[in-house]
Design a protein around this ligand. Structure first.
Ligand code: C5P
Length: 224
């Protein structure tokens, strides 16, 4: 079996990982994996089932039998469209709580690895390059100041007609960073050899071009 090429894009929330992953995948004609969406769905599903998000074993049980579907760009949980619901700040917070548990992460591993299908995959998250796809051909780690990430989130929410407080968003981002970086299992880290890009002063297009250049350097035979 030939190995499917994988590009990993990791980093804290608000660095533009998802947007960059989608842009790069579109340019390459590859698939995407938004691994954060999995943790968000799980946080939502566990909350709805009345399970304590700090109970790793109970949440892992839900993870193992998640009736989840990604269809036509929408996220379906047992047939219900939860695409917008999982984007709420509360779903991000719930995601980062369920994501600290080893059994939960283990239960989601096969799901994520199955996304590596020909002709290639661009996967974004926190541990794509370190744990899920350690053999990826190209690894990228995006950063940006917490203030800039809060500003981006604020602008995004405003665009959707939601007026959140910038100070609250900054606090949420810092709390989530803290938990993601300091957890015992699969903490947020740049993988060895990853290209580290500070996107604070860069546009989406500039970051996309830098990542595509890294893919051309790292896997010249895969890209025209
Ligand atoms: O990327 P996104 O903000 O959607 O991720 C939500 C949360 O899910 C993160 O704060 C993190 O705790 C968790 N996550 C993770 N590993 C991943 C992707 C997301 O732990 N690969």
């Amino acid at each position: 079996m030939t190995k499917v090429p994988v590009v990993t894009i990791d980093g804290p929330s608000g660095t533009g990982k998802g947007t960059i992953a989608a842009l790069v995948a579109q340019r390459l004609g590859w698939h995407t994996l938004d691994s954060g969406a999995l943790y968000r769905v799980l946080g939502l599903a566990a909350g709805r089932a009345g399970v304590d998000l700090d109970d790793g074993e109970a949440v892992a049980e839900i993870a193992a039998a998640l009736p989840l579907d990604f269809a036509g760009g929408r996220v379906l949980l047992a047939g219900e469209d939860i695409t917008d619901a999982i984007r709420a700040e509360s779903a991000g917070m719930a995601a980062s709580r369920v994501a600290v548990h080893g059994p939960v992460r283990a239960a989601l591993l096969d799901w994520q690895r199955a996304a590596a299908r020909a002709p290639g995959l661009v996967a974004d998250g926190r541990d794509m390059g370190t744990v899920v796809f350690p053999d990826a051909q190209v690894k990228v780690f995006l950063t940006a100041s917490a203030e800039e990430r809060a500003r981006r989130r604020h602008k995004q929410l405003k665009g959707k007609g939601t007026d959140a407080s910038l100070a609250d968003l900054l606090k949420d981002i810092q709390a989530r960073d803290e938990r993601d970086r300091n957890r015992a299992v699969a903490p947020l880290r740049a993988a060895p050899g990853a290209l580290e890009l500070d996107t604070t002063a860069l546009s989406i297009e500039e970051v996309g071009d830098l990542v595509l250049a890294a893919v051309r350097r790292g896997a010249p035979d895969l890209v025209g």
